[in-house]
Write a protein that binds this ligand. Structure first.
Ligand code: PLP
Length: 494
């Protein structure tokens, strides 16, 4: 299985090369040259564990890894760091199946991919004979940063640098990051929003002079953002797993379709679901849920991707991990929907960069019919949390609530009774203040006090990664302008 760029350069790479490099030479994203079929039939996967299914799925994409190498990666990643009975949980509530992906170290779904990425990365470095140190550059809207820091802390041969938007993350998320231990970890707040952070990181990646300066120091850049295909592929596994579980539980018969709802920011998670369908998992509808930053809702409905400031401004919402206007992984979907037309994708992406708007072709627009786009306002998100808690005793975080709200809108519009899996992307405790206020807890002193109050009121256990956060010392205090990110990287690597 080789990897090619979404922007048409047609240079082929192995999986290991694509993982180490992160982003293609022509600025495109790596995608598998064809999406592999499921390596075994669904009925034969019934009864298998998460690790067994992950081994099959990830192994199908990265077939340049030996059995020993893949075993090492899977076993290192999906161990007792995950407190769920089988890495993830699939729970029924309010007429939907919630795929809880947040039982790892940092209490967000990012752990699913970022627990394995360091293993895939270091194994790839070995396979490729990379002697340079690999510096992982990461922009985060809050959850990727901590998950990447935990994954790469003190991993030999790597440095990890994280940029997060000041004021754009919850207090719990911020403390998780700035209290990170590990000699190779670096965390900076930037003056700007997530898009500024992500654009800054992409700019650094595309700066050949900068790369040459780093090379002279024996350093090579790579990415832990979902632009890295090593982030995307592990996420495909849990959609296959959830289908298998629904069959196992008799909710579905083999071959019957399910719907998938994903609270979406950078489009990585929902794209993984799309890959699962391309592999052969019967998926009927991809329901793409946004918050007030509803670029994707509008795009799915019109075929026009529009982030011009006169059309919309960037909004900070109570689901901050989805406060994004430039959804990087959409590029990978457009590549597939356009019949792998790298030239067209390149033109759209360059238009987005320069004119802040592009319109896809008619056939791509039609292919978007497999998606339903909807959004939830901040108030709707809070009332959705409140109702679910009152009626079903099920506690959702703000992102999952966005998804559930959009699912209800979808049901009202379509009456579609297909069994539905909702990607539940974070523990409610990561956004304790919003969730607490949604269920009627009065005001508390700070974000940490909300965690305690929420635990007291709901009796839901606080994830181990979030306990006693307020007592953890702040180790990273750097704040930089978005324009000074390259200098910060250079300084960190001294
Ligand atoms: C990152 C994140 C999302 C968005 O996922 P994408 O793959 O970027 O679309 C949604 N919810 C939470 C809690 C997240 O951390």
């Amino acid at each position: 299985m080789n990897y090619e760029s979404t922007r048409g350069s047609m240079i082929k790479k192995t999986g290991a090369q694509a993982i180490v490099q992160g982003i293609a030479e022509d600025k495109g994203l790596y995608v598998p040259e064809c999406i592999p079929a499921l390596p075994s039939e669904i009925k034969d996967m019934v009864g298998k564990s998460y690790k067994e299914i992950a081994y099959e799925i990830i192994g199908a994409f990265f077939d340049d890894f030996t059995k020993e190498e893949m075993d090492y990666c899977i076993n290192g990643a999906y161990d007792e760091k995950f407190t769920a009975s089988d890495v993830v949980e699939l729970k029924e509530a309010g007429g939907a199946h919630f795929l809880e992906l947040y039982h790892g170290k940092t209490a967000a779904f990012k752990d699913m991919a970022l627990s394995i990425l360091p293993y895939l990365m270091t194994t790839s470095m070995k396979k490729e004979g990379v002697r340079d140190k690999v510096c992982i550059l990461t922009a985060t809207s809050g959850d990727t940063g901590k998950a990447a820091l935990e994954g790469f802390a003190d991993v030999e041969g790597t440095e990890i640098i994280v940029f997060y938007p000041t004021g754009g993350v919850s207090q719990v998320q911020e403390r998780q990051m700035v209290s990170q231990e590990g000699a190779n970890t670096h965390v900076f707040a930037i003056r700007g929003n997530f898009d500024d952070a992500q654009s800054g990181v992409k700019k650094i990646f595309n700066d050949d002079d900068f790369a040459a300066q780093l090379a002279a120091k024996g350093v090579k850049l790579s990415s832990a953002n979902s632009i890295n295909v090593g982030r995307l592929v592990p996420q495909v596994a849990y959609y296959v797993y959830s289908y298998v579980k629904l069959v196992e539980r008799g909710v579905l018969e083999c071959g019957q379709p399910m719907n998938v709802v994903v609270p979406t920011g950078n489009f990585g998670n929902i794209l993984a679901a799309y890959y699962a369908k391309e592999m052969g998992v019967p998926i009927n509808k991809f329901i793409c849920a946004s918050n007030d930053n509803k670029v994707l809702t509008d795009f799915i409905n019109t075929g026009v991707y529009d982030i011009r400031p006169e059309t919309r401004g960037f909004r900070c919402t109570n689901s901050p991990s989805m406060d994004i206007l430039i959804s990087s992984n959409l590029e990978r979907l457009l590549y597939l929907l356009s019949g792998r037309d790298g030239q067209a994708v390149k033109e759209w992406m360059e238009k987005l960069d320069k004119e802040k708007v592009y319109e896809v072709s008619e056939p791509v627009c039609e292919a978007l019919n497999g998606f339903f786009g909807g959004f939830s306002t901040e108030n709707d998100t809070l009332s959705t949390i409140s109702r679910m808690w009152a009626e079903n005793g099920y506690l959702m975080d703000t992102h999952t609530a966005v998804a559930y709200k959009v699912y209800q809108d979808y049901l009202a519009q379509t009456g579609d009774k297909t069994p539905t899996v909702i990607a539940s992307t974070a523990s409610a405790y990561k956004f304790a203040e919003s969730v607490a206020s949604a269920i009627g807890i009065g005001s508390c002193e700070d974000g940490f006090a909300y965690v305690s109050a929420l635990a007291e009121t709901t009796g839901v256990a606080v994830p181990y990664g979030l306990r006693d956060l307020d007592k953890k010392p702040v180790l990273h205090t750097g704040v930089v302008d978005a324009a000074a990110m390259a200098d910060a990287v250079m300084g960190a690597l001294k």
